[in-house]
Write a protein that binds this ligand. Structure first.
Ligand code: FE2
Length: 292
């Protein structure tokens, strides 16, 4: 669903083109923006943060948020049109964050929105439990040729107590998407610690904003990327580029997405790696300041 290159849609070649596969951009259909004005403000904040491509992933919860594919696609098209009208270069694609209890995960069907219109499905991990049906759900999704992507597993309290559980899900063919806010301490120490453990173990495939609004849950993916670079080195950039791109294609790389390089992750006296300093400089050149 590429958009044309109209006025105001060119980007500098040296700009980091981040891909965000988890965001709540569409108005009035979940706990994201309430109207188009808020939606456009959020998109503006995403562009300012350095996000070039964002998948709109409204909640899909049976009987509560019935955000099936036709509705999501229609609203995404309207948002793209409105972004074009105001000269915002953000590329928005349709998707959904599917509740783990949704019948669509097991039954499938044309109504299931896939990430970026590709062949991956974003599944919301609960915070307090690990459903006994999770293995069956992963198998059902895989058996239909789709890539299951677990959203923010690091926020699950049981995984926080035993992060090794995630290896089983990855072995079952799932990709793991970590919320950038977890690395910034927004979701507490347990989520932060779990996210860092998953990163160090090389089990994360995408770092995403999960942005909902410009106030309490704004996009701060560039800051989260800096935190990831400080932890594992500049290969962390793949978590906002190659990893999410692979997820949208429905196929993960055969080799690990990134190497954990402790040398690269060594901090300078100012507390930043060479890579994170480069990111900061690039953002400053673009006239952005980092949210803190
Ligand atoms: Fe979300």
């Amino acid at each position: 669903m590429p958009r044309g290159t109209g006025q105001g849609k060119t980007r500098r070649n040296d700009e980091l083109q981040m891909i965000d596969i988890h965001s709540h951009l569409l108005p009035g259909i979940d706990d994201g923006p309430r109207d188009w004005e808020q939606s456009l403000a959020l998109c503006e904040a995403m562009s300012a943060d350095g996000i070039a491509t964002a998948v709109a992933t409204p909640h899909l919860i049976d009987g509560i948020y019935e955000n099936l594919k036709p509705r999501v696609v229609e609203l995404t098209e309207e948002l793209r049109s409105r972004l074009s009208a105001v000269g915002n270069p953000l590329e928005v694609l349709p998707g959904a964050e599917v509740d783990i209890s949704s019948r669509l995960l097991v039954e499938g069907g044309a109504g299931l929105p896939l990430l970026g219109g590709g062949s991956a499905v974003l599944i919301e991990m609960p915070v307090a439990v690990i459903p006994s049906a999770l293995d069956d759900i992963l198998f059902a999704v895989r058996s239909r040729g789709l890539l299951p992507v677990l959203a923010h597993p690091e926020r699950n309290q049981l995984l926080q107590a035993n992060p090794a559980l995630a290896a089983k899900w990855v072995d079952a063919g799932a990709a793991l998407q970590v919320d950038g806010d977890s690395l910034l301490g927004v979701w507490g120490r347990g989520s932060d610690r779990c996210a860092r453990t998953l990163l160090r173990k090389g089990m994360v495939h995408a770092l995403s904003s999960d942005a909902h609004n410009v106030d309490s849950r704004p996009p701060r993916l560039s800051e989260a990327l800096e935190a990831a670079c400080s932890l594992i080195g500049e290969e962390a950039v793949k978590l906002v580029t190659k990893g999410p791109a692979a997820i949208m294609s429905g196929r993960l790389p055969d080799t690990p997405l990134y190497r954990v390089d402790p040398q690269e992750a060594e901090t300078t006296p100012t507390g930043k790696t060479a890579m994170t300093s480069r990111i900061s400089r690039a953002l400053r050149r673009l006239g952005r300041s980092h949210p803190r």
